[in-house]
Design a protein. Sequence first.
Length: 287
Amino acid sequence: MLKQRLITALILLPLALYCVFGLALEWFTLVISVVMLGAAWEWSPIIGLQRPYSRALYTLSVAVLLAALQWWVPVDQIWHEHSLHPIYFWTLIAGGAWWVIATLMVLNYPNSRRMWARTRSIAGVFGYLILVPAAAGMFAVRSLNYADDPLFGGFVLLFILLLVWAADVGAYFAGVRYGRNKLMPAVSPGKTMEGLMGGIALAFVVMMVVAQWVQVPAAQYSGYYFTGLLTVVVSVFGDLTESMFKRCAGVKDSGKLLPGHGGLLDRIDSLTAALPVFTLAYLWLLA
């Protein structure tokens, strides 16, 4: 399994970097939209939509939301100076509110499953709140342009990716080596407290290296590290939230597209939480 994960990661890494830095904004949003639609396809059976036409309809509904978002606000109009377009702002607020609710649901599992277990429509709305704000956060971050540097948003997005990847890698190896105490066995039996601490520690190392590399001003340290650590912790709950829904559905992975990683949704679950929260924290730092 580790060999498969490494091979898949080595293939995905250059593709991800090319998408972030090599694609024009319009093509970038198209690629991310396709990824989100793949995740929507994988989400649909988790909420009980097993038939192909039901899955297709749900995926189409996500496509309509993403298309509407990009039609109302073209990607080059997401930011006006340092102000985020209101449609994007409230989409991210909805996403941030969802992750507060999702965190409480994870902490209160299995009692919380009564909120959605018998009603597909509610779980379908949860899917919208997971995928659409994540896409909005991705578009908003990538379109950042600081001091007329078109690559600024790409580097900020890379920073988010590094934090999430570091948290994942650190948690995996620390859990394998030192894991003794289960984090939330009812939700994800394989995760441990030691793994969580290892993931946070490695992500903190990434933050320190980046802070020195880009020379973050000392006056901004508190906001910088708070934003980074909040993003990492929320990303963990993004992973746990998907695990919670998969456990209710009786499935291990959302798909088989990525050997060693499962499906697209399994690969981006942490990012779906990290992106809207990071973007909102970034706006808070600008205020």
